[in-house]
Design a protein around this ligand. Sequence first.
Ligand code: ZN
Length: 278
Amino acid sequence: MELGNKVIITAALTGAMTPKELNPAIPLTPEEIAEDAYNCWKAGAAVVHLHMRDEKGLGTMDKERFKKTVDLIKQKRDCDVVINCTTSGDNRAGNEERMAHLPYVMPEMASFDAGSFNWMPFGIFDNSPQFLELLGLKMKELNIKPEYEIFDSGFMNIVNYYVKKGVLSEPGHYQFVLGVNGGMEASVKNLQFLYDLLPEEATWSAFGLGKQHLPIMYATLALGGHIRVGLEDNVYYSKGRLATNVGFVERAVRVIKEFGKTPATPDEARQILGIKKI
Ligand code: ZN
């Protein structure tokens, strides 16, 4: 199978923060998230990146909610989408709570936010060296593929540190998160800079927040990367027009095809990322 022509679309459905008042299409309950995950998979997403929300709509690391949502997705018998769970869904959660869902749910992938910074204006995005070591080892033990979320160029050195230490394995999968206030700005120049820092065998994906979404998506395709879309990162489809997750995935599919490539199926994504199907 020719995988060089395949582009993985990850749908980041809800995130930890964006209130439903900003866009009523943001899924909050396990039922809503599972339904959206299924519809995004049908539209062409190979991976769904999951956060959970509590009854008030706030981000939570409640492992029961993760379990319920993932069970609901798996109940859709034809759906083989790759499940990627956040480990940063609630900034009040302690180290253990941020990892408790991993052995309980056994997602094929999970996020590994490789550093800390001031996430303006909300607070410190806290990913201490101690936490990252625990998280890396836990994911290794459970055979869960880490997705290194890179908000700034120094995070690349942090990943390298854990690779050298044997906490993380190569080849890694990197997700460039551009446009958070406190992280790197979402510009094509910054994307190119990060791209140049990637290890030879790495796989990677990128997205820009808000209105920088499209320039980063097109530049990512041009550089040979994979794509992330979804209401976690962006609530508008275009100026003044509210988005849906499925609408974002459908647009990404069209853009990939126009570019001359093909959206990866979940099994192709597993091959590209080196994930053994559970
Ligand atoms: Zn996330």
